[in-house]
Ligand binder design. Structure first.
Ligand SMILES: Cc1cc2nc3c(=O)[nH]c(=O)nc-3n(C[C@H](O)[C@H](O)[C@H](O)COP(=O)(O)OP(=O)(O)OC[C@H]3O[C@@H](n4cnc5c(N)ncnc54)[C@H](O)[C@@H]3O)c2cc1C
Length: 465
């Protein structure tokens, strides 16, 4: 008896599953809908579909994440644990805990299992291959080709399964093009009097030689290979999977943006298949977004935008200080919030006018931003599930936000990394440190998890007496 009450509540699971199917949309519409401004994300029933083990695991992990010392040193702690326990012992420790919370699995059957569960909950997966590089970590051409194969496999995984309507995946350009080249290109772009002609890159993607003022022959040849790798991924994904290109560090973002714009020009003729990312913690983010909107009109491509606050704040600030540059990040969190909300408004406005040309994913764990987006969508008459606006959170984080939104009929994606413990570990460490303010502030999610566990315990005790 005790066990059955600790199990997830299946009728709820079924109703959530219905949300994902066409037939159910009528059912979902008939349910009382909450007004966007009153979305409180305080309903523990969002967690009814989770097993007791999953609730306990999340509670334990979020409790550990509330200690700044553990998050700040998680990389070192993990490598000590790996040395002491050995590869196998370490994997046995991580797999049922941190790995199970934040990673979908290692092979296709594990990933499918996680994704099916997610789609039962009305959530959509956005697969992410956990490969990224920073300066000094560059690998050879062969390694970039292998990364391309991994991305192509990600395209296949994303669309060959019936997990999700309108699948998405994330792509880091530095997995296919060396960070050194991206820095070099960014420096050269800043020195050029005229904007670089996107058509030259579009032609290079099809194999034409590339001319880039100031770039030496070897770098140009690597650039060409990188563009062709990106072209293969875009060709494989167009009309199947939306590819969301990540934003990284300011010292390489101009190059990433240029390449992404060229991909958008080539592949986003009728609909956004390639998306770009704006980091609203950057002082220049609004002008970059406005410039992209201008370019999308003048060059005739559709624009897909992932709007984030930004993940590399500490490193950006330290670097600016070291180099005696002005800090590129907004002075305080409130300014970043204003920047996020302002850019959100700009995008929602253009989407309300031309929903087929513009799309946005509101990629945040911040409840106020989510509420604001939902409210503006209603005011502007944007469809909750029309595809032009969706929401995104990381797998294992802020499920109370994701599940509530899905229950209310919005499109919600979870960014889902997959791969072996060894492959995903550096990614997890980076994500934990980048999101430590979010992780440390997950008090509400912990309270809701506790409420749901208590509810099940009370039910079991009542059933047992
Ligand atoms: C689906 C998805 C995709 C993502 N893709 C990217 C990506 O491509 N590139 C990328 O960089 N990040 C990316 N992120 C990570 C994202 O930037 C972090 O999740 C985010 O920074 C945390 O912000 P929040 O809005 O969720 O939370 P909040 O808690 O509301 O905001 C925290 C963020 O605010 C900013 N901030 C905090 N303190 C200050 C301060 N003192 N001054 C100024 N700003 C401050 C920082 O950006 C910090 O991370 C992605 C996240 C998701 C969910």
């Amino acid at each position: 008896m005790l066990c059955s009450h600790l199990l997830p509540s299946l009728p709820h699971l079924r109703s959530l599953r219905l949300l994902g199917s066409a037939a159910s949309r009528t059912v979902a519409v008939k349910q009382p809908q909450i007004l966007p401004e009153t979305l409180t994300f305080e309903d523990p029933s969002a967690f009814r579909a989770k097993s007791a083990c999953e609730l306990l695991r999340a509670l334990g992990i979020f409790r550990l994440c509330s200690f700044p010392m553990l998050i700040n040193n998680c990389g070192k702690l993990m490598s000590v644990a790996r040395t002491l326990l050995g590869r196998r012992g370490f994997s046995l420790l991580l797999r049922p805990t941190v790995y199970a919370q934040f990673v979908a699995g290692e092979n296709e059957s594990e990933i499918s299992h996680s994704m099916e569960k997610m789609s039962w909950l009305g959530l959509r997966p956005m697969l992410a291959v956990p490969i990224e590089e920073d300066l000094g970590e560059s690998t050879g051409e062969k390694r970039y080709d292998d990364n391309m194969e991994a991305m192509l496999e990600c395209v296949r995984l994303s669309h060959s399964n019936a997990w999700s309507k309108d699948p998405m995946m994330q792509l880091k350009i530095t997995a296919l093009l060396s960070p050194e080249l991206c820095v070099k290109l960014s420096t050269l772009l800043a020195q050029q009097p005229q904007p670089y002609n996107l058509d030259l890159l579009v032609r290079a993607m099809d194999g034409e030689p590339i001319t880039f003022p100031g770039l030496e022959e070897k770098a140009a040849s690597h650039f060409l290979c990188g563009l062709q790798r990106l072209n293969k991924i875009a060709e494989a994904s167009v009309n199947k999977v939306r590819v969301l290109v990540d934003a990284e560090y300011t010292y390489m973002n101009p190059a990433l943006s240029l390449v992404t714009m060229a991909m958008m020009k080539k592949f986003n003729k009728d609909c956004p298949w390639i998306w770009t990312t704006y980091q609203c913690y950057l002082k220049e983010s609004r002008s970059l977004l406005l410039e992209a909107l201008r370019l999308s009109k003048s060059e005739g491509f559709c624009l897909g935008v992932k709007l984030v606050r930004g993940a590399y704040m500490d490193k950006e600030r330290k670097l600016a200080e070291k180099e005696g540059r002005v800090d590129p990040i907004h002075q305080c969190w409130e300014d970043t919030n204003d920047s996020y909300n302002g850019s959100l408004d700009v995008m929602l406005q253009v989407i309300s006018q031309e929903p087929e040309r513009y799309r946005i994913i509101v990629a945040t764990h911040n409840e106020d931003s989510v509420r604001r987006a939902a409210k503006r969508m209603e005011e502007l008459g944007i469809d909750k599930d029309g595809g032009s606006v969706c929401f995104g959170q990381l797998l294992g984080m802020c499920d109370h936000v994701s599940l509530t939104l899905a229950k209310e009929g919005y499109s919600v994606y979870k960014s889902v990394p997959y791969g072996s413990v060894d492959d995903t570990l550096p990614y997890l460490v980076r994500r934990a440190q980048e999101n430590r303010t979010v992780l440390q502030g997950i008090r509400k999610e912990r309270d809701l998890l506790r409420l749901e566990l208590n509810r099940r315990l009370r039910l079991s005790l009542r059933g047992g007496s």
